[in-house]
Write a protein that binds this ligand. Sequence first.
Ligand SMILES: C[S@@+](CC[C@H](N)C(=O)[O-])C[C@H]1O[C@@H](n2cnc3c(N)ncnc32)[C@H](O)[C@@H]1O
Length: 451
Amino acid sequence: MARACCQRGLQHGLPAVEARRLALQQVQDRARTQADRNRLGQFATPARLAGELLHYAHRLLPTGSVRFLDPAIGTGSFYSALLREWPMAEISAATGFEVDAHYGDPCKALWHGTPLQLRLEDFTAARPPPGETGRYNLVICNPPYVRHHHLQRTVKARLQLRSMLTTGVRLSGLAGLYAHFITLAHAWMSAGALAGWLIPSEFMDVNYGRELKRYLLREVTLLRIHRFDPTELQFGDALVSSAIVWLRNQRPVRGHQVQFSSGGSLSRPKACGLVPASRLETAPKWRGFPAALSGGPRSDAATLGDYFRVQRGVATGANGFFIMTGEQAAERRIPAQCLRPILPGPRHLELDEVQADAAGLPQLARSCGFSTVGCPRRRSAIGTRISGATSIAAGQRSPRDTCVAGASHGLRRKCARRRFFCARISRAAAATAASSVSFSIARRPSPPTAT
Ligand SMILES: C[S@@+](CC[C@H](N)C(=O)[O-])C[C@H]1O[C@@H](n2cnc3c(N)ncnc32)[C@H](O)[C@@H]1O
């Protein structure tokens, strides 16, 4: 398999060492489970893309010697591309950080005899160079995409503090690890250094991206953001829509304009335009650019939400407990007003459009399910006060029964601590379901799907 990979590399005109790196990457990836790779954001940059980034960087970097830093090097896709792009004589320093010896050790062996200094350490804990001479004029990185839920509270607090001390930016607790890599790398860049960050494009639109955007607009000169078409995923195994953010380590000049491009490739985008930085300061979402420059949606234009309720399904945290068939609901004697019809997951739907019957129930080949979460009435059956003597309705299932049933679905702790079962379960469910990516658009008043 490694040999096949080598041959593939050579076929694409890559030097033999890059073919060896690709083979190594494959072997190391396969030795890891998907869960392990998720935990440390271990999804390598495809060689072609790495080459494109370094080629672009070469155009932007003034001639002279290059001091290269990759704070999350993996097996060295960017370093390999650096060697293909720059003559060795012009590379005066090259440093890579890798926290995981599984990738770091073979990387070290592969690049032995080249200028690379590989540091098997956590970049976010490393002490930056004390003076300008030790800093780097080229930072290229695909930082680990580790969502904030997977960062321990103490780690998050340390990252926030360090980011704050480095750049004055207080990143949100919801920011992923990649955002901290960007702010922390600030202290490693020499004046005027160029950086290219391959990151998920979500920061452009979400609230927790606000502080990162402030950093990009105020502390450095944001040169360009290229957003890949989300339908052309860059990482087949990571399923993330990506953007490349280019910046220079110098404060922006008045009237600065940022290049926005999207689709296609970095060198041949499908759309491209210049956006005044002043406009970005006030635009809450950036993903619309460059399309928003001309004929994009106006802020006063009607949106889908004016006609539909757009909802991301119902996150219950325990579908087996909260979602039931009509027969089960009848058997449990849960009153109709406490139930909300719910569609099966999209992959089980055979139609694009689900009609409602006269009673507002979805017309499906098989009968729809019901949920007791998301019920318009606050005091739903499951939402009845657990500590009191009130039961769902006189003579019907008692709160205790509900608790006992809930405990078998892993809800015991929530049940014991929480005053209002439904409200608290809903919140817990929202947290546990935050990583879900399925969306549903439900036409009022048709039901949501279970997520
Ligand atoms: C998205 S991969 C990129 C690897 C390589 N640069 C590439 O583009 O193919 C991120 C790498 O960062 C490493 N990593 C994760 N957390 C790190 C940390 N705190 N410090 C240094 N490296 C880290 C992971 O083990 C992984 O190899």
